[in-house]
Design a protein around this ligand. Structure first.
Ligand SMILES: [Zn+2]
Length: 319
């Protein structure tokens, strides 16, 4: 099959970066209004607050005020509750997780666990109206050529290894954890102009569904890309789909990734700081034009990276 057609289809699926750039914060201003709601009481004065509603593809947040919670239990998957270091005045115990895109409106019950016992924690899930579009292509063009399968498989192994390396801190068998490296606030990897937001759903030939699992930032080839927060580079190399890519572990199971660079200015194992240049805008990998695909992943799930830049704003002050 002609390589050009494969490239075109893959570009449509993976890198919808042809739209005009739009203001990033104007888009995030339309995000729902969250409220802290008490969910579980414990002891004399302890309470767990949940940021409601809980939205697929966004961050879920629990704040522990005096319950000394150990972890949240998602049907066997555990997320540790711990101090979220940032500004000194805001140090409190939190659990953060990425709400799976598959969750639908209704109630989800997870466990709020102390030692051996768990109390039910009710989450009010609401839908997010992510944009949806249908694309029709010849079936044989929907997949990369067989000659690239070996390469893609190898990339997958390296990516999985990178995510695993940043996830664990010494073989804890239950709650996943690694030491927090970031401090609030997060910084934008590029000026606040985007061409495609997180969550857009594409239905190919009425059967194959793909999600846009990052935000595409505008830019010209050669313009700088910076790290969104302190962290450790866990992968920095040329990958089939995402081109020159950098993966950063920020600890606590949180990662950010930066795709399609012309040049990578970091290497695996580097400690990087918020705002440090890690590469330049490019059009490597399967893309139609130069842009930065920026994504954020927490405990194995991608979420809308816009949440990172809002994080500092909604953490309540200590009384
Ligand atoms: Zn993208």
């Amino acid at each position: 099959m002609p390589a050009r057609k494969v490239l075109l289809v893959a570009a449509i699926v993976l890198a919808p970066a042809t739209a005009a750039a739009t203001d990033y914060f104007a888009a995030s201003a339309s995000m729902p209004v969250y409220a802290w709601e008490p969910a579980v009481t414990c002891g004399d004065a302890g309470v767990l607050l949940v940021r409601q509603p809980v939205l697929p593809g966004r961050l879920g947040v629990v704040m522990d005020l005096g319950c000394d919670l150990a972890y949240l239990d998602f049907g066997g998957r555990r997320v540790r509750v711990q101090t979220l270091a940032g500004r000194d005045a805001r140090e409190r115990r939190f659990a953060l997780w990425a709400v799976p895109l598959e969750w639908t409106a209704g109630e989800q019950v997870i466990g709020a666990c102390v030692g051996g016992g768990c109390a039910p924690l009710r989450l009010r899930v609401e839908d997010v109206p992510y944009p949806k579009s249908e694309i029709k292509v010849a079936k044989k063009f929907a997949s990369p050529p067989p000659s690239e399968q070996e390469r893609i498989k190898r990339d997958r192994v390296n990516i999985d290894r990178a995510f695993a390396a940043g996830m664990f801190d010494g073989g804890l068998e239950a709650p996943m954890c690694s030491l927090q490296q970031f401090t609030l606030p997060f910084v934008l990897p590029r000026p606040p102009l985007y061409t495609s937001l997180f969550g857009a759903l594409r239905i190919i030939n009425k059967e194959k569904h793909t999600r846009h699992l990052g935000t595409d930032f505008d830019g010209e080839v050669g313009e700088p890309i910076v790290a969104a927060a302190d962290g450790t580079v866990v992968l920095a190399e040329d990958l089939y789909f995402s081109g020159n890519s950098v993966f950063i572990s920020h600890g606590l199971g949180l990662f950010t990734t930066y795709f399609h660079m012309t040049k990578i200015d970091a290497k695996s194992g580097d400690h990087v700081f918020a705002g440090q240049k890690i590469g330049t805008i490019g059009r490597t990998g399967r893309v139609t034009g130069p842009h930065l695909h920026f994504s954020a992943k927490l405990w194995g799930y991608y979420f809308d990276p816009a949440e990172l830049f809002e994080l500092d704003g909604w953490l309540p002050d200590v009384d």
